[in-house]
Structure formats: C-alpha cells, structure tokens
Design a protein around this ligand. Structure first.
Ligand SMILES: [Zn+2]
Ligand SMILES: [Zn+2]
Length: 456
C-alpha cells in the first residue's frame, strides 16, 4: 500500500505521460544509495555487478546442457520435436510477447492468448509483462541511456550484457503498461511465472519425448535446455544484430537495421528498421518474398478466427519514409561531387574583354553565356585539338550543342567544372552586397549576333 502511494507520487512528479509506475519489486531499492552499476567494476566487487538469477538462466543452465549432451545420445525424434517446439516457443515471443503485447499490433482471443503466454514461458525470457515493459522502453528511448539494451553501449552489452549485469532502475526509461495489467492472461502468467517456466520449458518437452518414445533424458537436455539456449540467443539477436547489421531503408537517425540473416534467426523480426519506424504494424516484412513467418502465423490465425484487428500502416506513409531516406542518401552523395562553380558566383565578363583575353593567349571558350577555361583539357579533347582550338574566343554554344557535335550529358558535366572564375577581377558591390552589373555586362547579353529563326 505504502509502495503504491510512493509510486503514484513519483508518477505525478514526472509528468511524461506515464500513468503506470509500478516497479517490478518493491522495498529493495533505496534511491539515496549509489547503485552498484554506477560504481566501477573491480576484482573485489565484480560479483555485486552480476544479476545472478539471469546469469544462471541464460549462461549456466545452457552450459550444463552442452556439457550433459556429451553423455546423452541424440534421438532423431527428439531432435525433430525440439525444432518443432522451438518454433512454437519462438512464436510465443515474436507473435505474443512482441507484436501482440508489447505493440498491440493485433488482437487475439483468449485461447490464442493462453497458447502464446504458455509458449512464451517455454522460451525462458521473463514474464510477458516484464518483457513488454522493457521492450516499450527500448522503443521509446532507442539508443539513449534510458534504452535498457542500447547498442551504443556495445554489441555484446545489447545482446546479453544488459541482462547479466545489474541495471540501475532509475536509469531505465519509464513506460506505460496499464493495458497489460488489465489482461487477465498476462497477470496470471506474471504471478505464476516460475511454475509456468518450469512446466513449459522443461516438464512438457521431457514428458513428450519420454512418454512418446522413451527418451526422457534426451527430451530434458535437447528439447528442454538446449532448445531454450538456442531460442534465447536467437531472440537476443533482435536487440544486438538487428541494431548493427544491414540496411536502413526508412530512417538512419537511429541504429535499427533490416537484414535477411537476422530475419532468418528471429522468425522474421530482422526487418528491424521498418519495425522501429512502424512498430504498431503487425508485419515486420512488408514484401511477400521477405521472410516473416511470425506475420504468416498471425494471418493464418486471422483466417482461423483466433486473431483480429490486424494493424497496418498506410502504404503511402511507408513509401514516403522510404523516398525521404533515399533522398537523404542521394543528397549526401551529391554533396561529395564537384558540380562546378555555381553560376551566381561567377564574374560577369564583358564580351570584348573575353575576346581580348582569348586573343592574348588565354584558352577561353564561351558556351551558353558561360566562359570556360579549357587550358588543361585541350590535349584530352576526344574530338581532337583542332576542333576545340577553333572555338577559342568565340560563342561555342551552337558548335557544342550539335553545330559540330551534340555533346553528351557527361561532356556538359565535365564542362561545368571548367567555369572561368577569373580570380584577377575584383567586383564592385552595392551597399547591400549585391554585385553591380553594368550595361552590356548582363549574363543574358551575347555580343555576337545570333541567327534569327524567322529570317525571311
Ligand atoms: Zn530494436
Ligand atoms: Zn518492437
């Protein structure tokens, strides 16, 4: 009672839209005391930094599984069942914990919820309530100090370190899970989590393999412990690999990425750049050829009447994000290229001055009102030296654009890098800093007469 009053007071004190502020455990944390995670790890205090319960569940028990597999022979039926059970427990996490509860991307009826909560318990990754709370904080505070599994703290930290090491609860971002507290299936699973885990992760696979084909020990080691280990590592890849490997087609301001390898490992959760942009979409992969078995399962459940209200982002918004990201990449690439001196920065040169300078040895050619210094290019001109030399000191607009040869787009680009800046000239500017353009010096002025199209 006292704890919930404190929680309510904290929720009011920090008006960030969070209405749920119930920590997982009450009474242990003293806000006045420095948390162990804030202190450097030394050889005297390292064991205090370790979250021993998580370490046993995700490191020691799997190690025991690997060691015991040396003495326990592999039964093909057990192996087949282990793979089959792996996919069901995997869906418990991806379709249940993640897309149904953490993101409410679709709705499920009670039998489907019970199936997902049971399979999720078999994956040994905490209760759906705890998992969803952490995952919502991961989305809300991606890549910041409040992201519980931020990849900015290192790939290994985002994969497993954040669970093996103790975290200061004051640093983890707050999230609202009032909706999850109203779901009786989740509340039951959270209250009876330990019983659920032991039953679904170890007893069920042992019983199936033992009663089915007499492989009690194999069921326990392969379909139980080792299956848990592989499934845990695969799911952890969503926090690590999916924030490190692949493309960013929708936004590159944060770390989430799309990659087939991550998708293959995580039952389709590898299109993580899309997912972080459109988290309430029940899909992770939007193309039909991309691997997203979690999406396929949800669609099948919809046809079976078990799932409904599947949420999809509007295709228009998805494509807008994709185009904006393409544009951003294009702009970045564009800025790295030489586009020639911008026309507005070029000096305005009197036509007679241009002709004089060309006569006095400068290799200048005017094309479309822009003077180009071709000194270094003459010897490389693909059309030979003679043709380009014949245009020096003249208006070569027509010659360049088909009069002699209709130059390619690449030639136009190359020419733009030779714009004559004439660093010797100083310009007169008016009091507003605008360059003064005198009569006869306008950029549109061409001194040589141009043949009229309507000559009689
Ligand atoms: Zn993520
Ligand atoms: Zn998510």
């Amino acid at each position: 009672m006292g704890a919930s009053t404190t929680a309510a007071a904290k929720a009011t004190a920090i008006p960030d839209g969070t209405t749920d502020y119930k920590p997982m455990r009450f009474g242990k944390h003293d806000p006045g005391k420095v948390h162990i995670s804030e202190l450097p790890m030394t050889r005297f205090n390292w064991y205090k930094h370790i979250n021993w319960l998580n370490t046993i569940l995700i490191i020691f028990i799997p190690m025991m599984g690997f060691v015991s597999s040396y003495w326990v022979s592999v039964n093909p039926k057990t192996l087949l069942f282990a793979v089959f059970y792996y996919y069901h427990c995997g869906l418990g996490i991806t379709a249940g914990y993640h897309r149904l509860w953490a993101h409410s991307s679709y709705k499920a009826n009670t039998p489907l919820k019970i199936y997902l909560a049971a399979c999720g318990a078999g994956a040994v990754q905490g209760s759906a309530r705890w998992w969803s709370m952490k995952h919502r904080a991961h989305h809300r505070y991606t890549d910041t100090v409040k992201d519980p599994c931020s990849v900015r703290k290192g790939l290994l930290y985002s994969h497993i370190g954040w669970m093996v090491l103790k975290q200061n609860p004051q640093n983890t971002g707050r999230t609202d899970i009032t909706d999850l507290n109203e779901d009786p299936v989740l509340v039951w699973q959270h209250r009876h989590y330990l019983k659920s885990v032991i039953t679904m992760a170890l007893i069920v696979p042992t019983l199936v393999c033992g009663l089915g084909w007499g492989d009690w020990l194999g069921g326990y080691v392969y379909a139980g412990i080792l299956r848990i280990c592989f499934l845990q590592q695969a799911t952890f890849c969503v926090n690590s690999l999916a924030h490190w490997l692949g493309e960013q087609p929708f936004d590159d301001r944060n770390s989430p990425r799309d990659h087939l390898i991550t998708a293959l490992v995580t039952l389709g959760e590898g299109y993580h750049n899309f997912h972080h942009e459109f988290p309430s979409d029940y899909r992770n992969a939007i193309e039909w050829y991309q691997y997203d078995p979690t999406k396929w399962a949800i669609v099948i459940w919809k046809y079976l009447g078990l799932a409904y209200d599947l949420k999809q982002f509007r295709a228009n918004e998805i494509e807008r994000s994709r185009v904006q990201q393409m544009q951003k990449k294009l702009d970045k690439k564009r800025t790295g290229l030489d586009w020639g001196t911008p026309l507005r920065q070029l000096p305005v040169v009197n036509w007679d001055d241009y002709v004089d300078q060309a006569k006095n040895g400068k290799t200048l050619i005017a094309v479309a009102g822009v003077i180009h210094d071709v000194t270094d290019f003459i010897k490389d001109h693909p059309g030979g030296k003679a043709l380009i030399t014949s245009a020096i000191g003249k208006d070569a607009t027509a010659i360049f654009n088909g009069g002699v040869y209709n130059h390619s787009n690449a030639a136009h680009n190359l020419l733009s890098t030779m714009r004559f800046e004439n660093k010797d000239i100083t310009y007169a500017n008016d009091s507003d800093g605008q360059r003064i353009v005198r009569a006869g010096s306008q950029v549109t002025k061409v001194s040589q007469p141009v043949a009229s199209v309507d000559v009689a």
